[in-house]
Design a protein around this ligand. Structure first.
Ligand SMILES: [Zn+2]
Length: 201
């Protein structure tokens, strides 16, 4: 269950100049309190969603809505509201999301650079994860590296989820008799097909 919705917090209060109380008509006794609303998800503030005002007469202590103020009061409130800043913590959730996305981009580009490096210089025991024609995932392990080819050992198992690869990447699943010779062209084709998922070293 995802818990989300609106929350309001008090931002600032100040007297409203030139404003008469709509009830007791006492001048210069009105105060305005600005509340900032924000959208939250699991109580983490996501982004601000407007400001609202609550008004009180310090003489008769009655509360009012904005529409009950006279024109001078509305104008004074508008000026005051414009001066109240939205605190930066109300953007926490957005900042968090931006950080997560930036990190995902960064680690993806790191992964790509690493894969390119491993392809360039294969090493014994590198484990390649690839997608099969039936959309399953399996692996092969580099046994030996030669100038013009690599010998690899295929995994005898496959899995329907990429995350399941770690469960099948076990020594006993690589059968010695199932080894193949792959040329740089074979590897290049695998990479260009988009079916090479990653290389673990
Ligand atoms: Zn009053």
């Amino acid at each position: 269950m995802i818990v989300y919705g609106y929350r309001s917090t008090h931002l600032k209060s100040a007297p409203l100049p030139n404003t008469k109380c709509p009830n007791c008509e006492t001048p210069n006794q009105m105060t305005a309190s600005v509340y900032g609303r924000h959208v939250h998800i699991f109580w983490i503030p996501l982004f601000p969603a407007g400001k609202t005002g609550v008004f009180e007469c310090q003489h008769c202590h009655k509360g009012f809505k904005k529409k009950e103020l006279n024109d001078d009061g509305k104008m004074a409130y508008k000026n005051f509201k414009g001066s109240v800043k939205t605190p930066i913590w109300k953007y926490s959730g957005l900042a968090l999301i931006a950080i997560v996305i930036a990190f995902a981009f960064y680690s993806n580009s790191q992964d790509k650079a690493r894969t390119a490096e491993y392809l360039e210089q294969p090493a014994m025991f590198d484990v390649y994860t690839f997608r099969t024609e039936q959309n399953y995932y399996s692996t092969f392990k580099v046994l030996e590296v030669f100038d013009d080819s690599i010998y690899v050992n295929y995994n005898s198992l496959e899995t329907n989820k990429l995350t399941g690869v770690r469960d099948i990447d076990k020594t006993e699943n690589y059968i010695d008799s199932l080894y193949y010779v792959l040329t740089p062209d074979n590897i290049k084709m695998l990479q260009e097909s988009g079916d090479l998922m990653n290389i673990k070293r």
